[in-house]
Design a protein around this ligand. Structure first.
Ligand SMILES: Nc1nc2c(ncn2[C@@H]2O[C@H](COP(=O)(O)OP(=O)(O)OP(=O)(O)O)[C@@H](O)[C@H]2O)c(=O)[nH]1
Length: 433
């Protein structure tokens, strides 16, 4: 079963039911007209008269039930009126007791907090994570929905212009030119689309195509954590959220009971080192640092040595990303890569490129350029919470063939999630169908 059917299959079911309802309505309309015919003393076959008699009996029964309901309602209203008065009287008494209740409430809250802290290693519930996705994708969903509805409102017939407009709408929604073209090409071939007459049917077919294309191209999104030491190298241009992502990830692994170490190999800016040290404090994990301007590869060397000597499970390395200086960047990353390999041949286990979701197609460009500098094993898509361009996930997966492994849904320590295709797709298209 395709991703679309898994997630939205019941919507299809609802649509079918609506069709059934239509047929039933039509049937009952026929029955009603038969009923009228009886009233008008026309010649109607006896079978139909029986139907109409039954219907009339039902209508009388329904009217009686309705009037009973009305009576019940008015009794209830009277009761509500009475209970309102009672409430007013009891409110005064309650107010007297409120200060003592506030105290009880406070202590309840405190004990709830205690419960939380004793339970802080428990994984976040699925519902919680899904809600975070939904909330973070709100902007993208609204923009996507608005463009789509505008496009469909202009729909007259499925012709060449329709496909051109569809392509433009998809490109504007940041799904990327390649994917937009593939989708409209494939839909051109499918007779289903030509038969779709209503806006709803068209919308469903197009979304189904996008979702299933996305599912077809999907790549494994789990982070490659191995037994023993796992080394993750983080790259990306300035300000995209590398350090924040490392900090959040460090806190996650630390909570899971893993031994974590951070390496501040972005020695280009003193502020970047301080920021990582700050995250180290927050996550309660040590950070290997050297003075600003030191050789980043020597920080990595120290960190690898320390990680091996102290049986660290996860080493997360922050690097500087200065794309305006591509040759230097390439040399620097090559040197860092050599040091890592010399210390641990199978490392780095991940080279994660952080990209900022608010920059849309720019993020794709950065991913293309970084892929030329060093092989990227996964993408951390940050700031999805503030972005209207979440559609780039579809574009990244389709055009770059690099899996999105992490997504940033805010600035707080627990605002980092593993990428979940189903939550993402549901969060993106939920209100469209
Ligand atoms: N809303 C939101 N803000 C984020 C997210 N991730 C990072 N940020 C913010 O983005 C800003 C830049 O993040 P950094 O982690 O410093 O980015 P960087 O890539 O390490 O930047 P340099 O240290 O300059 O290389 C900070 O203000 C972060 O709080 C996210 O998922 N959502």
């Amino acid at each position: 079963m395709g991703l679309f059917d898994r997630l939205f299959g019941n919507k299809k079911q609802e649509k079918v039911e609506t069709e059934e309802e239509k047929v039933l309505t039509e049937l009952s309309e026929t029955e009603n007209s038969a009923d009228e015919a009886v009233k008008n003393n026309e010649n109607v076959p006896s079978e139909e008269i029986t139907v109409s008699e039954n219907l009339t009996e039902q209508a009388v029964a329904a009217q009686e039930a309705e009037s009973e309901d009305l009576q019940e309602n008015s009794v209830q209203e009277n009761l509500t009126g009475l209970s309102k008065k009672e409430n007013e009287q009891t409110e005064a008494i309650l107010q007297e007791n409120s200060s003592s209740e506030a105290l009880t409430g406070l202590s309840k809250n405190l004990s709830a907090e205690n419960d939380l802290s004793s339970n802080e290693n428990a994984p976040e519930s699925e519902t919680n994570v899904e809600q975070k996705y939904e909330k973070s994708l709100e902007k993208t969903r609204k923009t996507f929905g608005m463009r789509f509805n505008e496009f469909l409102a202009n729909f007259r017939t499925v012709d060449e212009e329709f496909f051109e407009d569809l392509e433009d709408t998809l490109i504007m929604s940041d799904v990327g030119a390649d994917l937009a073209m593939t989708i409209s090409q494939e839909l051109r071939q499918e007779a289903k689309l030509a038969n779709a007459k209503s806006q709803d049917a068209l919308r469903q077919l197009i979304v189904e195509k996008i979702v299933d294309k996305f599912d077809e191209d999907k790549l494994p999104s789990e982070l490659n954590v191995q037994a023993g030491l796992s080394v993750f190298l983080f790259v990306g241009v300035n300000g995209v959220g590398k350090t924040t992502t490392i900090g959040k990830l460090a806190a996650r692994y630390q909570k899971e009971g893993k031994k974590v170490l951070l390496a501040a190999a972005d020695t280009f800016r003193a502020g970047a080192i301080d920021q990582l040290v700050e995250w180290g404090k927050r996550a309660n994990v040590p950070v290997v640092t050297k003075a600003a301007g030191s050789d980043p590869a020597s920080v990595v060397f120290d960190a690898m040595q320390k990680a091996k000597a102290e049986n660290v499970d996860i080493l997360l390395i922050d690097t500087a990303g200065r794309l305006q200086n591509k040759d230097n960047l390439m040399k620097e990353l090559e040197k860092i890569g050599k040091i890592i390999k010399r210390e641990l041949p199978e490392a780095p286990h991940e080279t994660i490129l952080a990209v900022d979701a608010t920059t849309g197609q720019n993020a794709i460009q950065q991913a293309k350029e970084f892929s030329q500098v060093t092989p990227i094993t996964g993408i951390a898509l940050t700031k999805l919470d503030g972005s209207a361009k979440g559609g780039i996930v579809l574009s990244i997966v389709q055009s770059l063939k690099i899996p999105v492994k992490l997504i940033g849904l805010g600035e707080q320590v627990d605002d980092l999630q593993d990428f979940d295709e189903e939550f993402f797709v549901r969060g993106l298209f939920k209100e469209l169908l």
